[in-house]
Write a protein that binds this ligand. Sequence first.
Ligand code: SAH
Length: 369
Amino acid sequence: MDGMQPSPVEKLKRRLCEHGPMSVAEFMAWCLTANNTTYYRRGNPIGASGDFITAPEVSQIFGELIAVWAITVWQSMGGPRPFVLAELGPGRGTLMHDALRAASAVPTFREAAQVHLVESSSTLREMQGRALASLCKPQWHLSLTAIPETPLIVVANEFFDALPVEQHIYENGSWYKRVVSLNGSDRPSFTTGRLSVPPPELLPSREPREGDILEHRPATAAMMTEIGRRAGSVPVAMLVADYGYERRDYGDTLQAVREHGYTQPLDTPGEADLSAHVNFAEMAHAAKAAGLDIWGPVSQSDFLLSLGLEERLRRLMASASEEQRSALFLGARRLVDPFQMGSLFKVMAITSHGLAAPPPFAETVTAAG
Ligand code: SAH
């Protein structure tokens, strides 16, 4: 029967014939999470045998330093017990595993932490459960809104890039929605849809030129509004690590990745990972509008080095075998090397208004002070 299955492009064509053009965000959602055959629902995309690799999979130090961050933030909240330690899109569960293992050095934190995971893929939920079985009993949700209303520390690594973006395209002096359509041809393509109004606060100061594209991610504002609402009654802190840009800018950053290489987003819809760079200016704007404080973004390299990556690496190397030593070193270097993950990846913290500056943004406080 397998031979009878329509190809991914055929499925997309059928969808477009039945329902008409899709916006870029609708297309991303359709490819990634819309049904059980789509990308994030199918299997495990992450790791050497998957389509892409992420920071926690590169080095255990990533999750360990996130634990240092979370413990410091929890202390600045006054050490609430219990509190929710949440992760959005935990992948294989590696980050949370490394963080909880490292956090066992602070038993009061570990005992107070209730682990909640936001994950849409059932395959990945199972992997996360296995990875964390010896450390905690996590609770899973489809959205942040379902997490209990207690003090909250949230971590999101390479989560926002997977959330759908809308694209607006500037043509003949006006903005239009960019859509995926058949447009009278046999193959789906990106075309110009209806007149649209991009969010004015996201427009760069330079006037748009013909063909400029402006991206915006509707889920960002929704998520920040939810965090801001919670911050009205409980302390909240969130750490977002992702690849992206800090300044308002034009550009089409939608990308498809399959088996560690780039492909065209329309070639194998639902079978390649689709993502778009995170617009940190949009996130900062939405967080501020929700009454939250923002810190950074800083480069992933600055973040990890300030939190003590080198010291942690030295300690791990001291007790490692020759072979482990080179893997530890290469992994750590990959995280901070500007030609690898060090500068494209950025880290931003978002906290309840008035909470102490989280590390590394609190560096100005010295022991002498
Ligand atoms: N944080 C992990 C995985 C990144 S991949 C790591 O660093 O390795 C993106 C993760 O987000 C996957 O776990 C994916 O299943 C999940 N995800 C993507 N879109 C989602 C959505 N809309 N709701 C919940 N989880 C989602």
